[in-house]
Write a protein that binds this ligand. Sequence first.
Ligand code: ADP
Length: 436
Amino acid sequence: MSTFWARSLAIVLIALLLSLVVWPFFGPLGVLLLFCLLLLGVLGFHLLQIARLVRWLQQPSLDTVPESFGTWETVYSQLYQMVREQSRSQQKLTNTLDRFVSAGEAMPDGVVMLNDKDRIEWCNPLAMRHFNLDRKKDVGQQISYLVRAPDFIEYLRLQDFSHPLTMRVGRNQEMVLSVQLVPFDVSRKLLLSRDVTQLDRVQTVLRDFVANVSHELRTPLTVVGGFLETLIDMPTLDAELTRKYMGMMQTQTQRMHRLVEDLLVLSRLESNQQSVPEERINLPQLLQTLLVEAQGLSQGRHQIELKVDGSSWLIGSHDELHSAFGNLISNAIRYTPEGGMIKLSWSEANGSGQFAVTDSGIGIEAKHISRLTERFYRVDRGRSRETGGTGLGLAIVKHVLMRHQAMLEVSSELGRGSRFAACFPPQRLVLAGIPI
Ligand code: ADP
């Protein structure tokens, strides 16, 4: 038997016992009065409990669950447990939701949640940056009012979300985004966005590079092809003319050869992720070799001098640095008219070292200087070709120096000359002859 029925039975038994006591003194009227009083007491008690319950239900809280005795004690304790259970699962749900929101905020991609009318319900900070959204003002707004790029409006209209859309955003269209709409939950959508500006830049560089290489190779190939055609069409070969054409063709093939060589050097430098070999480079010896090579290249057309101020050696790749310094010297010779002055120098200050090539040549306008190390960038295309340039020399220099944590400093004045300096940090310098 449940406690409720046991308690009810006990009350009835007490009432019967009392009526047996009352009966002899007050008769049936007394018993009836007794029952009425008892019933009124029970009713009053229950009405009081109901009133407390109603009051509590208006502001239910775990701390204010009423306390009582008897059946109401059971009711209140059940209620207490139910409320506690509910608040626990609510807390759990809130925690889970918080975790989802934090995960969404931390996503490396932009996320915008759209409802069935394409209105914004929620977005993470990256999406705010990508689409210039304001979470306070823009929630509830139609996405097409805020992202107005025609490509995006069309993408939204076509409802074919199997492929991402690449679009430009920002005041100057400076950011490239890859966006994709992902339908979910019947009619809602997630708008995902990823910043692919860097990737787009790399692709453009790659496209330009292929176009440049093709262009650089096409010109000498066309010249060689032209000479060959002329020779084939000649009924009889004139020995002198043939020799002349052959010489011209040789110049072009040498040009192609230089280009391919430089491309291979660049590609090796770029793909070589390993750190440079830690060779101890006998700098005074290398500088002497460079001086002799410079004189050989100039063939007496320039005044060339070497000034060494410091006795350190360098740590790094002998071959790479020889090639980089050689490129700077060859440029100075090629862009300095006959009779000009070329100075090679090594100097040390505060533990750092600097190899510089200064010429009194044609100089470079300031606007070109920041772009000189780009592949195939030339100030004067014609002059570069005339002197056998490939447009890759300074790109190679930049790569070699980067691998040695060194910097290229360029200063120049149009018509007066240029100075190219490779600046090495102290950790690249070592005392002459001392093992590392
Ligand atoms: P290139 O093979 O054309 O010389 P580089 O990468 O070595 O290619 O140099 C890029 C451009 O920088 C050259 O085309 C030239 O216009 C300019 N340049 C480089 N060195 C000098 C210099 N010493 N004097 C003037 N211009 C220079």
